[in-house]
Each structure stands twice: as C-alpha cells, then as structure tokens.
Write a protein that binds this ligand. Structure first.
Ligand code: ZN
Length: 334
C-alpha cells in the first residue's frame, strides 16, 4: 500500500499556516492634507509635508531586524516603514506661527516638500507667517525654509535652540564630532539665508519665547533639540521634536535609537523621560514623524508605550447636536 499520499496529507494538515505578511505599502499621494483643532483660543492646524519611506533595518540601533519585523507586523506594516513629515500652524493673537517647515526638496521629488500646498489649502501664504519654531535644525524640519536658495518665509522670525544654531552652522563640527557632514551643508543652505538676513532668534534656555508658547531645550537627538509648549485658557499641547521616528518600534521598545541621534545615550534618556511624563500627565502631543496628523496621547503599555490618535472631528463650530435618541423598537416576537 502506498502511504505517501496519506503522509503528505497529514503533513499539510499538521503544519500551522505561516503568519500572513501584510502587503507592502503602495505609495499614494493625498490631496493637500491638514487637520485642525482648537487649544483654548489658539487654532492649531497639522500640515502634511508628505511621507518618506525609511529602512528601519538600516537606521535603528539597539534592536534586531527580527524584532523590528515582528513589531511592524503587529502594526500591519512592513519595512521600509512610512514616516510622516508633519508641520503645524498655530494661529494665536494675530500671529501665524509654523512649528517646523518640512523637508523642502531635501529628499528629492515626491518625498516631502508639500508644506506650501498644505498651507495654501488653508488659505495661508508664506508671506503671512510671522514666526517659525524649529524643533531642531535637521533638514527634514528646516529644508522647507527655502525655495531655490531663497527664504520662502521672508517675514518670519526663525526661533531655534542656540546649541543647534551654533552646532550646525559651524562646519568644523563635522570633523570634530564625526557627525554626518551632510547636516552641516544642509543647515547652511536652509537656515543660512535667515541668519544672513538677521531673522534668526536663538534661545539659550527654557523659557517663554512668544505669548503662550514656552520653548524647552532637550538635547540628545541634536544639541539644541526643543519642545514647544502651547498653553491657552488652561488647555495645552506639546510640540515635541524627534523623540520618536518609528512609532511601531520605539514606543513599545523606547530604548531603540536611530542613527540620526547625535548623542545616542541622551536621545534615549530624553525619549524615556518624556514618554513617562507625557503618559503620566496625559499630555496632548504633536509629533513630527508619527502618522499624520501626529496629534494624540501616549499611554503606558506594559514595559513600553502606546499611541492613541486624537479623536477625529469634522463639523462646524457651534453646530447643534442632532436628536439621535432611538425610537422604541417594536418587538418582533409577538
Ligand atoms: Zn526629523
């Protein structure tokens, strides 16, 4: 008797199905994306500068490719992951303030650089921007300051941590520290025109830089990385810089760093301290690389953290709530 077909059948039955791999993400472009919410009297608008694929196997440190892939799969993602580039517009007391300026043309055509369209979609021209708050001087946050080598926001004052301005505008620091020369070249191109025009106002330490907005220095990712805390009528949102690049990995495993972190140990410590505090205090965050709009809360989740995006709202302010009370349901059993 030939047992082979039976053995083969048994083998097929006994092997558990392989874990399904999520399909890789297909690149798609959105109509200019923005998302608005009110923080007290301040109107905050998230502006999508676009997304960029990032190879987490190459970029993350302090973990393994297997662990990265496992965490991505739990989030129905694949490597390379898609990183959002979020900027934010704050309208408060007659000012129009940008938090970060997007990547401009740094990543080449099709990756980032869409901030001007996102701004236009909400009826704001670059000339109307009064202030720009840089979370740090890396070019995915400052590349959009310029277009064709000229200031795109000619009427804006650029605020940034003094240590970042001093570090990135001194090209000698590339040799001294071993940090990638590219960042220094890009800083000269993006921030340089504003420095030359006397439009950069670096801050030395934590303090209020505009009415209702406190800048906090948190060196690690870069020497002058900053958070901006907006408070209005007792409500608050914190615009963090690059404390999270790959949420699917770095929230559950906050010890994981990225090659861009200029000081790996301090960057790791800043992330842990900040996430612990934000989760405990239930702080509303705006994060530049978490999926657009990047606004939400972090929560404690085991040894790590989770992310709850802000509740979606899309209706006219002051609109009356419709009467949605259910009518009594007639029993169908009679
Ligand atoms: Zn960044």
């Amino acid at each position: 008797m030939n047992l082979l077909p039976l053995l083969l059948a048994a083998a097929v039955v006994s092997v558990p199905p392989a874990a399904a791999q999520p399909a890789p993400l297909h690149a798609t472009a959105q109509v200019a994306a923005n998302y608005r919410l009110m923080i007290g009297d301040a109107r905050v608008t998230a502006l999508s500068d676009g997304t960029v694929p990032i190879d987490l196997h190459q970029l993350l440190r302090g973990t393994t490719e297997q662990r990265i892939d496992d965490l991505l799969r739990q989030n129905f993602q694949t490597n390379p992951a898609e990183a959002s580039i979020n900027a934010y517009l704050i309208e408060l007391s007659g000012r129009r303030i940008l938090v970060d300026a997007g990547a401009g043309d740094v990543f080449g055509p099709g990756n980032g650089g869409r901030l001007p369209q996102a701004l236009a979609a909400v009826g704001v021209t670059p000339g109307q921007i009064t202030d720009i708050l840089l979370t740090h001087v890396h070019s995915d946050h400052s590349g959009g300051l310029v277009r064709n080598g000229r200031m795109l926001f000619p009427n804006a004052i650029v605020h940034a941590g003094r240590p970042d301005v001093d570090f990135f505008l001194d090209a000698g620091n590339a040799k001294r520290t071993g940090y990638d020369q590219r960042y220094f070249d890009e800083a000269r191109k993006t921030l340089g025109p504003y420095v030359d025009a006397g439009r950069v106002r670096p801050f030395e330490a934590t303090g209020e830089i505009l009415p209702g907005i406190v800048a906090e220095l948190h060196p690690g990712h870069t020497p002058g990385s900053a958070f901006y805390v907006l408070t209005s009528k007792g409500e608050r949102i914190v615009f963090v810089g690059d404390i999270v690049h790959a949420a699917a990995v770095q929230l559950p495993q906050p010890t994981v760093t990225i090659t861009f972190d200029q000081d790996q140990d301090r960057a790791r410590a800043v992330r842990r301290e900040a996430l612990t505090r934000f989760a405990a205090d239930e702080v509303l965050l705006a994060a530049p690389h978490i999926a657009f709009p990047g606004i939400g809360h972090v929560t404690h989740d085991g040894a790590g953290y989770g992310w709850i995006p802000v509740e979606f709202a899309d209706r006219q302010p002051g609109s009356a709530a419709p009467d949605l009370k259910a009518k009594p349901v007639l029993s169908t059993s009679r």
